[in-house]
Design a protein around this ligand. Structure first.
Ligand code: SF4
Ligand code: F3S
Ligand code: FES
Length: 253
């Protein structure tokens, strides 16, 4: 039955949303992974962030999930929403069916329920790939580091720097499931970014040393799940192709 507001215009009742939420506490040896169902009325502008907070406040204070910024910036709220990795804070319930299944990102270590440890992976990947500007040969480099950068090139680098390390690309990647040391599209994107940067003194051969292997660009099977799910719409397909060309230029194919 529709509610009648004072104006007499019928207003549809809110949708009843049914959330099937993965629950597990790996620290508890007696706990078994399972899904639990919660129901909520949908509200205008409701995101999964808002819905999960309502569930925690009104239905189950023990539900674990991660959020910091609520604005698609910190990368901490990645989860699998109806089978697809995405950011909970940027996902509107109105864009989903009434039945919503939420699961933690695979590949990463489960902390509890929807909360995973992406930090250990990101840190390990960053250290292995040395994702910082390398200065080589102090004197010559000062000129290079201080030189004005072409604005178009600066834009291309800035575009790749928009990665928020949410882990969605890794969770969507079949290679990452099979190879625990695969650097993922997030790692390949970072190397493409530093390979573009004229302030970085590393050569193509240096980049080859880092990603010219099966845990790097040669492990990528061009499955492109990464490109499809990246919430920042980074051009991951283009970056992977760019790195392959770099490898060929460095004499490797
Ligand atoms: Fe997330 Fe995209 Fe960065 Fe992958 S490349 S970590 S999906 S922002
Ligand atoms: Fe994985 Fe993306 Fe390559 S999904 S296999 S990194 S194209
Ligand atoms: Fe920061 Fe979602 S809470 S990206």
């Amino acid at each position: 039955m529709s509610a009648e507001p004072a104006s007499g215009t019928p207003v549809a009742p809110p949708r009843r949303l049914s959330f099937h939420v993965f629950r597990h506490d790996p620290a508890n040896p007696d706990a078994a992974p399972h899904f639990e169902r919660f129901e909520l009325d949908e509200a205008p502008g409701m995101t999964l962030f808002i819905a999960l907070n309502e569930i925690r406040e009104q239905l189950d204070p023990s539900l674990a999930f991660d959020f910091v910024c609520r604005a698609g910036i910190c990368g901490s709220c990645g989860m699998v929403v109806n089978g697809r990795p995405g950011l909970a804070c940027r996902t509107l319930t109105k864009d989903l069916p009434a039945d919503i299944t939420l699961a933690p990102l695979p590949t990463f270590k489960l902390i509890a329920d929807l909360s995973v440890d992406t930090g250990t992976f990101m840190r390990g990947m960053s250290e292995r790939l040395e994702t910082w500007v390398h200065e080589i040969g102090a004197e010559a480099d000062l000129t290079r580091i201080e030189a004005a950068m072409d604005p178009d090139l600066a834009d291309r680098i800035y575009e790749l720097d928009r990665c928020i390390e949410c882990g969605c690309c890794v969770a969507a990647c079949g290679t990452a499931r099979m190879r625990p040391d695969f650097v993922g599209a997030v790692g390949l994107n970072k190397i493409a970014r530093f390979a573009l940067d004229p302030r970085d003194g590393r050569s193509d051969a240096d980049f080859y040393e880092l990603v010219g292997n099966d845990d790097g660009v040669f492990g990528c099977m061009t499955l492109l799940g990464c490109h499809d799910v990246c919430p920042k719409q980074l051009p991951l397909q283009t970056q992977i192709a760019f790195l392959r060309r770099k490898m060929v230029k460095a004499g490797v194919s």
